[in-house]
Design a protein around this ligand. Structure first.
Ligand code: ATP
Ligand code: MG
Length: 283
């Protein structure tokens, strides 16, 4: 059987989560920091550890079949690949920012100004779309210090919490793109059986991450009121307890409405609520 290759970041912000995702898919491999390739022992897959900038082109050119990389890097390299699955980690926003005392307040003010960035392609597309003529100064890192050094009037960079901008005396004034890690594949690979299998495994892990398994006790007279609050994967399981008139209810609820649900359940008479993580949900 043909062995697939997946390219992931060797070290950096996406490495750990990418490795964790593949391990949670039941793939068994050594995460050698020093080697560039690792063999998965229980699936026909090789993992290539690369600089994230190289991943889109490796996938486009078929050197790797799959890759995990930020959407920002895909846009910047302008490659033609298939987006197979959004992965929900590595979230960030690409923003324009200026020094706190700058007179630049909106994107129109950028006309005739200079902007330092490591993402010249995304920035150029944005400026062209908005018919703004500004000079792009491409630098490979530490973009935040450019205005302070007099190298540029503004910067265009990745922001997650905004802490780095603040500590460099900068403030964001426009958002250009949101990004998260995504599973990409070589064009045309989507329907190959091994790819389909791997995507299904990834989806079952992601689905499980978004949900919790909840067990609670309640008096039988409160069942209807409690069940009305619980959507469940299919429908909640209700089992009688040894104590007469009491039941245990088992269900699965989305993490996002978790706290809201818990307080509603308590006021509907739920007791001894136990919340557990789920490893996988296979539909
Ligand atoms: P490499 O050595 O692989 O080229 P890098 O230094 O280019 O790594 P990292 O800083 O590790 O890249 O970031 C990898 C990706 O993580 C980014 O391209 C982006 O998609 C995402 N990311 C999420 N939050 C942030 C953040 N606060 N700063 C930078 N990148 C972030
Ligand atoms: Mg990089």
């Amino acid at each position: 059987m043909k062995t697939l290759k997946i390219a992931i970041q060797k070290s950096g912000r996406l490495n750990e989560k990418s490795v964790e995702l593949l391990k949670n898919c039941g793939l068994s491999f050594e995460n050698y920091k020093s080697s560039l390739i690792s063999n998965v022992s229980n699936f026909p897959l090789e993992i290539l550890f690369l600089r994230d900038d190289d991943i889109p082109e490796y996938v486009q050119d078929g050197i790797a079949d799959l890759g995990i990389v930020g959407e920002n890097v895909i846009s910047e390299t302008g490659v033609d690949v298939s987006f197979l699955q959004m992965l929900g980690f590595g979230k960030c926003t690409l923003k324009l920012a200026v020094q706190t005392h700058s007179t630049i307040e909106n994107i129109a003010d950028l006309n005739g100004k200079s902007i330092a960035t490591s993402y010249p392609v995304i920035l150029k597309n944005f400026l062209d779309d908005n018919k703004i003529k500004a000079e792009i100064r491409t630098i490979s890192g530490s973009v935040e210090i450019a205005p302070g050094l007099g190298l540029s009037d503004a910067i265009f960079d990745i922001v997650s919490t905004g802490g780095t901008l603040k500590s460099n005396g900068l403030k964001p004034f426009a958002e250009v793109m949101k990004s998260e890690a995504v599973l990409i594949g070589r064009k045309g690979i989507e329907n190959e059986p091994l790819i389909v299998e791997l995507i299904q495994r990834i989806q079952s892990v992601l689905r499980a991450k978004e949900t919790k398994y909840v067990v609670l006790n309640a008096e039988a007279k409160n069942i209807d009121q409690i069940l009305a609050l619980l959507p469940g994967v299919k429908s909640p399981t209700v089992v009688p307890l040894a104590e007469e008139g009491w039941v245990a209810i088992h269900t699965v609820i989305p993490e996002r409405d978790f706290w809201e649900k818990i307080s509603l359940l308590k006021s509907a008479g739920a007791q001894g609520i136990v919340v557990m993580p789920i490893e996988k949900i296979i539909l």
